[in-house]
Design a protein around this ligand. Sequence first.
Ligand code: FES
Length: 110
Amino acid sequence: MGVRKTLCKLGDIPDGGATVREVENADDPHSLILLRRSGQVFAYRNECPHAGRRLDWAPGRFLIENGQLICAAHGACFLVETGRCIDGPARGDALTPVAIEIVDGEVRTL
Ligand code: FES
């Protein structure tokens, strides 16, 4: 069983927006996208299935429009709730979801 890690407070993520957290695992360091929709948070690896690039255009700054997260590299559009790509060069692929929980207003890995 992995160690649960607090990523941020729910209030650190703008409602309707997103933030990023770098996970410093020694064996698997990676970047996470955390997207908030009121009390819900959706978490994905910050790695586009098209060419493996980060999706933010600057650290923690994402393009989000009409419920879609748009990769800053080549414009692939992903549904916030599922991570599925519905348009652009990664069409048919999906972001890799990451299991999280919200406890006492904190977002934690599972
Ligand atoms: S790397 Fe995301 S659309 Fe190309």
